[in-house]
Design a protein around this ligand. Structure first.
Ligand SMILES: [Zn+2]
Length: 356
């Protein structure tokens, strides 16, 4: 059967200072929460969280740093011992992915996600990436049956984070429309096996239009630590529109090349969305779409995104490195197959050479 569809978090709310209403927003979901708090923010946010989570009762667990099997198990045990009926994740991607996984392992408890940066579109998704504690490489992708029940975005907190995170989120959001469009033309399924509905593609388009119109201004507002009007629009695009857009519309070449780039230790200090932006540019070159490539490259420069391999740490470009990227990007069964043309490793290498 040919099924089309779209998936979303249960509820999405956004405002400056919203953490003060966390408990009021979440009280329809439970009464006794385990709050998994990013360790980098433990000092700053503990006070506002303890206040904001009322009238819920809450146990705060400071996250260990990695979303790993050990960290998930530790929090599952803590949640079980304390008899909680809800999980709240507060922080960056790893703390949030841990919260999603713990909620699922505890029998599908309601899950509330409070992102403190807008650096990727992960907060709204039903996906967690689990890493190994040993070498911090990817252990497995954890596809969960349900999206978070509530995503609460306090834009005042996000505006305090370095602008680089917002720019990276724009990079991830930039890929959403191109990948959904490739998936639509190729008639490829999304990551939960259905085909994007008409709404899925409209979300992706709206995501692109929003970051194009407001991206540069949002970064200036973020520099000033202000959750201004452009900032509000871009945060919604980075987190909600990009999240629903990629999960519903599908992923393709840009993320395939991202996965390939991650094979190189050179890029490890660069953010997900920064590598994805390079993936978008490379995919446009693979398609021979020079005009669109130049347009997107200029846009990337205007929103502080990388446009050359050296910008993401690949200073010495060798055939060996580019082959490693290309082989991983084109691995059989990979999302590169969602592109409407057959992409070979040689095509990836040739495109990346142009970005050297
Ligand atoms: Zn992404």
């Amino acid at each position: 059967m040919y099924i089309t569809g779209a998936r979303f978090p249960g509820r999405y709310v956004q405002a400056p200072g919203l953490i003060s209403r966390l408990g009021a927003q979440a009280e329809t979901l439970g009464k006794h929460a385990l709050v998994i708090l990013d360790r980098n923010l433990a000092d700053v946010l503990r006070g506002p969280l303890e206040e904001g989570v009322k009238p819920l009762s809450a146990v705060i667990s400071v996250h260990g740093g990695e979303c790993s099997e050990q960290e998930i198990t530790r929090n599952v045990e803590e949640g079980r011992a304390k008899g909680v009926d809800m999980i709240i994740g507060v922080g960056g991607g790893k703390a949030l992915d841990t919260a999603k996984s713990v909620a699922f392992r505890l029998g599908g408890l309601p899950c509330v996600i409070v992102p403190t940066i807008a650096a990727s579109d992960a907060p709204c998704s039903a996906l967690a990436v689990v890493y190994k504690e040993s070498d911090h490489s990817v252990d497995y992708d954890y596809f969960l049956p349900r999206n978070p029940d509530l995503v609460l975005v306090d834009t005042q907190i996000i505006a305090q984070a370095p602008s680089r995170f917002l720019a990276a989120g724009i990079g991830d959001a930039l890929a959403t429309w191109y990948e959904a469009e490739s998936s639509r033309i190729a008639d490829a399924p999304n990551c939960w096996g259905t085909h994007g509905s008409a709404l899925a593609f409209e979300i992706a388009r709206f995501c692109r239009d929003t970051i194009v119109e407001y991206g540069a201004e949002a970064l200036r507002e973020c520099d000033a630590g202000e959750a201004g009007p452009a900032f509000e629009r871009v945060v919604e695009a980075n987190i909600l529109l990009s999240g629903a857009g990629f999960e519903s519309g599908g992923v393709a070449g840009a993320h395939a090349i991202h996965h390939g780039l991650c094979e190189l230790p050179d890029v490890h200090h660069h953010l997900h969305g920064e590598k994805v932006a390079i993936g978008v540019l490379a995919t446009l070159l693979i398609h021979g779409n020079r005009d669109e490539y130049e347009k997107v490259r200029d846009y990337c420069l205007s929103v502080r995104l990388p446009t050359r391999l050296s910008d993401i740490g690949i200073v010495e470009v060798s055939d060996e490195k580019l082959q490693a990227v290309a082989q991983r990007a084109c691995r059989p069964g990979e999302i590169m197959e969602n592109e409407p043309i057959t992409v070979t490793p040689d095509m990836v290498v040739a495109a990346l050479r142009q970005l050297a």
